[in-house]
Design a protein around this ligand. Sequence first.
Ligand code: ATP
Ligand code: MG
Length: 310
Amino acid sequence: MIRVKNLTKNYGELKAVDDISFEVKTGEIVGFLGPNAAGKTTTMRIITCFMPPTSGTVEVDDLNIFDNSLEIRGKIGYLPENAPLYWEMNVVEYLEFIMGLRGVGKDNFSQRKKDIIDLCGLGSVTHKDIGELSKGFRQRVGLAQAMIHNPEILILDEPTIGLDPNQIVEIRNLIKQLGREKTVILSTHILPEVEATCGRVLIIHEGKIVADGTPKELQSGFEGKERIYLELKKTVENIESKLKMLEQVEKVEKVATPSVETRGFYIESDKGVDLREKLFNYSVQNNWTILEMRREQASLEQIFRLLTRS
Ligand SMILES: Nc1ncnc2c1ncn2[C@@H]1O[C@H](COP(=O)(O)OP(=O)(O)OP(=O)(O)O)[C@@H](O)[C@H]1O
Ligand SMILES: [Mg+2]
């Protein structure tokens, strides 16, 4: 369990993180979204004890970042934004170095090394110097160092940046798999990544949390309204005004359809009100033929843009 409480970080005049609070439960995979300069990396650096906050605190289980920073670091695997890799070491030397730092017992070195090399797809570059690796492979080495001591918590700052599409899918699957037993917070700008990987999304904008929920919750409660698209076969009567008379319907908007034989409408209701069954029964009563009915969902991209426009 991670508890972030009233966290604030000032850099001089700039409030990079502004009184944010949230909790992440064990086993959750949380996507940390926000535009450039929103405060994601700053928050992650504080959680991982790389930097103190100006005020507020972070607790990991019953430990806190001020009194127990060593223990907290031991529980966390951290992939920083620019993974500080040692360019003159080769991959195996580097992983052994990190295992030493992370207190992995020497007896476990070879098994752990083998597992992590397989997991991160590093088999073909084990004896290359890190400075010679392509960007994507360096990113994989960064992930390997974050996971090598098998930490309970993973904090990953843009884990798939620089990876090719195949590797992105592999790393996403890996994160999902890890998320069954670990707690993961990852930051990203790639919205489909969040939909594919995260059970929960936090959106941060100008240092404040502006949304917190499952991707589905954020998408369906968009602007606090539910919206249904209904397409009916044309009838002689005025469908729009009849729809407006239906209880709990807040707004009806006509939508152009490709055929003159059909009529399309967006029907809005308050958040949490599902009109589908009512609309079905009403259509049957009125002898209208339903050609299509669906809940409209905003894309995460629309929500992101709406919430983080300056
Ligand atoms: N060491 C620092 N000194 C001064 N200002 C900083 C420092 N680190 C970050 N900032 C500022 O704090 C704000 C938040 O930066 P942060 O790196 O946390 O954003 P981010 O959400 O990770 O952005 P990005 O998506 O670009 O990685 C920015 O305005 C940034 O310029
Ligand atoms: Mg960042």
